[in-house]
Design a protein around this ligand. Structure first.
Ligand code: HEC
Length: 189
């Protein structure tokens, strides 16, 4: 290759990127990317909206607790009736719910696990021995831990009791006594 054609090639190599054909394809690419970014932005906005509505209906420990209490209550009456299969079923479900609580609320879930683990070991042993006496003793100890956790989360007014008078009335471990409303009087006279 002579030096003239060499210079020509070099000039072509420098100028080629600025050729009109290349500029055209660049701007097409930019247009395509802009379109994609707009579509992604719209998608993110849609997702944000649906996450916000899921946040509103997400479970909390407050929504989980009536189920937890119901399992506890049925387990109590099943054990008293010597129905250890039902007691086991409710007990396993309670154990699973403690795991669910951690997924719902890691902080309170860990607290729940801390308060329930020792109690669950006692309940488990009583069920496996099919021993009504140690079962009731384990439940009596458990109730103390349920209530200690309620106090720890600032809801000490929720008092659990084994002393319920209607056998299968759900949510009845809730002991009801006279009490004053918590917080300020808000409505206008
Ligand atoms: C994290 C520790 C924790 C433990 C352990 C715990 N609870 Fe709760 N419980 C809560 C929280 C949080 C609430 C909701 C309180 C609130 O919203 O003011 C609650 C509320 C309740 C309620 C009221 C439900 C309602 O809204 O009417 C019942 C009943 C209940 N718990 C039963 C139990 C029983 C039974 C046990 C033990 C077997 C137990 N809880 C153990 C944290 C706990």
């Amino acid at each position: 290759m002579n030096s003239k054609s060499c210079t020509l090639l070099l000039a072509l190599a420098v100028l080629l990127p600025f050729s009109p054909a290349m500029a055209d394809s660049d701007s097409k690419e930019i247009q395509a990317l802009t379109k994609e970014v707009r579509a992604l932005r719209a998608e993110v906005a849609k997702l944000r909206k649906s996450v916000a509505s899921l946040q509103v209906i997400r479970p909390t420990l407050t929504t989980l607790m009536p189920d937890f209490a119901e399992r506890f209550h049925i387990m109590h009456y099943a054990g008293e009736a010597g129905d250890w299969a039902v007691a086991t079923h409710e007990f396993l479900e309670m154990q699973r719910m403690v795991g669910v609580a951690s997924a719902i609320d890691p902080e309170k879930g860990a607290l729940m696990k801390g308060f329930m683990t020792g109690s669950f070991n006692k309940i488990n042993a009583a069920i496996e021995h099919e021993d009504p006496k140690s079962f009731i003793k384990a439940l009596t100890d458990t109730v103390k831990n349920c209530n200690a956790c309620h106090t720890a989360v600032g809801s000490g007014f929720i008092v659990i009791t084994l002393d319920v008078d209607e056998s299968l009335s759900m949510r009845h471990p809730h002991q009801l006594t006279r009490s004053k409303m918590m917080g300020q009087h808000m409505h206008k006279h």
